[in-house]
Design a protein around this ligand. Structure first.
Ligand code: NAP
Length: 244
């Protein structure tokens, strides 16, 4: 039986793992970094924690006799994607990347591109007073330098790093619906939104809600990805895997 290492941590990754496992011809090992205490899991083998860099991953691939790596980590998991591509190259096994389609500005959006998190902080400095930070937990400290702004911070678990002094944290896990996002923005009188360009559908409703309320959205650009055979459509990826 073929064995796939599926690098996860996203809803799309979990669904891919379920669908590949359901075929009963391929064994899937679903890998998580271990950042979230109670992640949603697919029904297959699960492993947690880093591999120990490229060489650690090469050793893992050898020991576990992995035939293929499917990378469905978040579009901003830049290090894991790079390591996985290099390890597969070294092992001469296929590296397939699933990438959700990036969001792009629609005619009615008040859309500001921020090439980095630091640049999104600069834009917030000039733009907002009540800011919805929908960027996850890891880069929140960059906004701690803005004591005169108020922030609504949303993440799955309580952030551990330094936060801006004026804030409220809401603990929520996507997918998010348009009506709920609209209500959230109105309840907290949000005037500016900061998001990563995660792409896909699960987190897009906040952009639609911002559009409806004519609020500016600061969108952090995706980091570069390693060269890979890329798929944006789960059906195409599954067809490729099952017909190899
Ligand atoms: P990252 O910066 O690219 O990776 C840092 C290190 O974490 C990697 O070098 C690796 O450690 C370990 N790692 C990352 N993903 C892993 C996985 N799926 N399985 C095993 N080890 C993993 O990653 P990140 O941005 O912190 O993301 C961590 C996880 O959260 C990923 O699963 C990602 O899909 C998910 N996620 C990230 C974001 C985001 O905005 N970055 C948003 C939603 C979900 P070693 O070098 O020791 O192997």
């Amino acid at each position: 039986m073929r064995k796939i290492l599926l690098l996860g941590g996203t809803k799309e990754a979990r669904l891919l793992a379920e669908r590949i496992s359901a075929g009963d011809t391929i064994q899937v090992v679903y890998s998580l970094a271990g950042r979230t205490r109670e992640p949603l899991l697919p029904t297959c083998l699960i492993r947690y924690g880093g591999f120990g860099g490229v060489q650690g991953l090469v050793t893992y691939l050898q020991e576990q006799q992995i035939n293929m790596v499917v990378d469905a980590t978040h579009a901003f998991a830049q290090i894991m994607r790079k390591h996985a591509a290099l390890a597969c190259q070294e092992m001469h096994i296929p590296y397939l990347a699933f990438v959700s389609e990036a969001w792009s500005a629609m005619p009615d959006d008040l859309w500001y591109d921020a090439p980095t998190v630091a640049q999104s902080v600069d834009i917030v400095e000039k733009l907002g007073t009540r800011v919805f930070l929908a960027i996850g937990r890891q880069e929140l400290a960059a906004f701690a330098s803005l004591p005169h702004k108020w922030f609504l911070i949303r993440s799955i678990e309580m952030p551990a790093e330094p936060l801006p002094p004026q804030h409220v944290v809401v603990l929520q896990r996507g997918p998010f619906a348009f009506d709920d996002e609209l209500q959230l923005l109105q309840r907290y009188k949000i005037d500016t939104i900061v998001t990563k360009n995660s792409g896909g559908s699960a987190a897009y409703a906040k952009i639609e809600a911002a559009r409806a309320l004519r609020l500016p959205v600061i969108v952090i650009t995706r980091p570069p990805r390693p060269a890979a055979k890329e798929f944006m459509n789960a059906d195409d990826l599954l067809t490729h895997i099952f017909t190899r």
